[in-house]
Design a protein around this ligand. Structure first.
Ligand SMILES: Cc1cc2nc3c(=O)[nH]c(=O)nc-3n(C[C@H](O)[C@H](O)[C@H](O)COP(=O)(O)OP(=O)(O)OC[C@H]3O[C@@H](n4cnc5c(N)ncnc54)[C@H](O)[C@@H]3O)c2cc1C
Length: 498
């Protein structure tokens, strides 16, 4: 599939560097749109070192539901209230979504299920290959791999994690905060039953298998030194356990020992020419609140359809600018709330008093809803102008009655195509210039139009829903703004090439 550098290589439409959660999701989105995409992945298998991310938040479950694959994850994980701010639990059981909960499921399982999905969609993964450099010109990107091989692509997306080679090679700055604290993380067996639960100082011990309990245990402990130069060992872990608990609980047989810090950095731009960044390659932050994997998967869902439309000539390249415009502020909010959690998590009495105050505040409905909607991703609002509160927000998954029978909004999005949903309003529209790209559905909606945090909103008479599930337009079909919205998000009327 790959020929040596210098020989004629087949040009791919899109090369994705990195087959972690972000790269896999993006590959699926592109494949659904019929784009010729390949993933280059350094790991020789999909296996993940250690447990890493612990679950999916509500909006991520929703975007998987929009593609008809949420059940694959739900059937393997544990549905529970996993939302928390500095360890203060936040229940979203009263949120207006079918998924008013989180899903406890380790990253290895999430990646395995995503990899199975993109395998069904026919996306090739070049495993055991590493991107080491790139050169872009007006027509595409020359992607250099370790060992002298290369690939040619019209677009390259760096989903290659926090130390992204793509980001560096594209010359994209990564400003932010250096680490102030470092944590050791490990999975070990223990001879004695350990003290379970979070520690006031941060970190703690819990079973890896959260349903069954017992060992092996996942241990997270603050390190006395900031980012020591060598990798942590079992001896380091034992010493840290003794310092924290007075005993090492007979810790043995580690399957994973690693470290993470509270470094918080974000790419200055998510795009430079034909190179784009998504996931950890675009933003790194401490894991408090468990938002990293979730944000990356949602970056991919924002970018995939846009890149597909640019690649197939439906939309101009300028559509890609909306990716940075929409996702950079979301990433910046994640950095900000994780920095706040690290600051609030300091072990001294004054910070404990602050946490107690936060706990009291978050015990009230309005603050709880706001913070939980932010952490779960359910409040994401892209700036698409003034108008109906739905504009720029996620479309709620209402039950619908159509001439073809009952369905629901998310089912209409399975093919990752825009949907013009008519809900009994008046007016006419000639959709023929977009007919090959936009699915038109006439339906009656059942249930209340309710948004997280905002509450009930006026029922719309028609909505244009983007493939990522965000509402691009609300109004009557005769509204002159509708053809404008269609041209902005679904391509110019004359460019119906799909
Ligand atoms: C201890 C810990 C706990 C966490 N808990 C949570 C949590 O509860 N919830 C949450 O949402 N997130 C959590 N995270 C964060 C989460 O793990 C990451 O945000 C997520 O993995 C990012 O996905 P990604 O695909 O963008 O990047 P990565 O997962 O880093 O994937 C990048 C991929 O690119 C490959 N790669 C790298 N360089 C190259 C190259 N040059 N060429 C080819 N391939 C390359 C790598 O092998 C890897 O497969 C946690 C992280 C840690 C460390």
């Amino acid at each position: 599939m790959i020929e040596p550098s210098g020989s004629a290589t087949r040009e791919r439409a899109v090369v994705i560097a990195g087959g972690g959660p972000t790269g896999l999701m993006l590959a699926g989105e592109l494949a659904l749109a019929g784009v010729d995409v390949v993933i280059v992945e350094r790991r020789s298998t999909q296996a993940v070192d250690g447990s890493r991310a612990g679950g999916l938040h509500a909006r991520t479950i929703e975007v998987l539901d929009q593609r008809g694959i949420a059940e694959r994850f739900l059937s393997e994980g544990t549905v529970m209230q996993i939302q928390g701010f500095v360890g203060i639990p936040l229940d979203i059981g009263d949120f207006p979504t079918r998924h008013n909960y989180g899903l406890a499921l380790w990253q290895g399982h999430i990646e395995r299920i995503l990899a199975g999905w993109i395998d069904e969609l026919g996306v090739p993964i070049l495993r055991g290959r590493e991107v080491v450099g790139l050169v872009q010109d007006d027509a595409g990107v020359h992607v250099e791999l370790r060992g002298g091989e290369s690939l040619r692509a019209r677009y390259l997306v760096g989903c290659d994690g926090g130390r992204s080679v793509v980001r560096k090679a594209a010359g994209i700055d990564f400003p932010g905060l250096d680490p102030s604290t470092s944590w050791m993380i490990a999975e070990v067996e223990m001879d004695e039953a350990p003290t379970l639960g979070m520690r006031r100082e941060g970190g703690g011990i819990g079973p890896v298998d959260r349903e069954r309990g017992g060992g092996p245990y996942r241990v997270v402990l603050t390190e006395p030194e900031l980012e020591p130069t060598r990798e942590p060992t079992l001896q380091d872990l034992r010493e840290a356990l003794v310092a924290a608990y007075g005993t090492d609980f007979g810790a043995r047989d580690p399957s994973w020992i690693s470290r993470f810090t509270d470094m918080a950095r974000q790419a200055a731009s998510y795009r430079r020419g034909r190179v784009l960044l998504a996931g950890d390659a675009a933003h790194v932050h401490p894991p408090q609140g468990g938002q990293g994997l979730n944000t990356g998967v949602q970056d991919a869902v924002n970018l995939g359809w846009k890149l597909a439309q640019v690649v197939d000539g439906t939309s101009p390249e300028s559509l890609l600018n909306s990716y940075h415009a929409e996702r950079h502020p979301v990433g910046a909010r994640v950095l900000s709330n994780t920095m706040a959690q690290v600051a609030l998590g300091r072990p001294d009495d004054r910070h404990q008093a602050l946490r107690d105050t936060m706990r009291e505040l978050l015990g009230m409905d309005e603050p709880r809803r706001r913070i939980a909607a932010m952490l779960s991703g359910l409040d994401i609002h892209y700036e698409l102008g003034e108008g109906h509160p739905l504009l720029g927000r996620r479309m709620p998954d209402l039950d619908l009655h159509t001439v073809d029978g009952p369905t629901r909004v998310f089912t209409l999005l399975h093919e990752a195509r825009p949907v013009l949903l008519e809900l009994g309003g008046s007016g006419e529209l000639d959709l023929s210039p977009w007919a090959s790209r936009v699915r038109r559905v006439d339906a009656r909606a059942e249930g209340r139009w309710e948004l997280p945090v905002l509450g009930e909103v006026a029922a719309p008479s028609a909505v244009l829903i983007r493939p990522d599930g965000h509402v691009a337009w609300v109004g009557e079909l005769s509204d002159p703004g509708l053809p404008v919205a269609l041209a902005t998000w679904c391509g110019a009327p004359a460019a119906a090439k799909r």
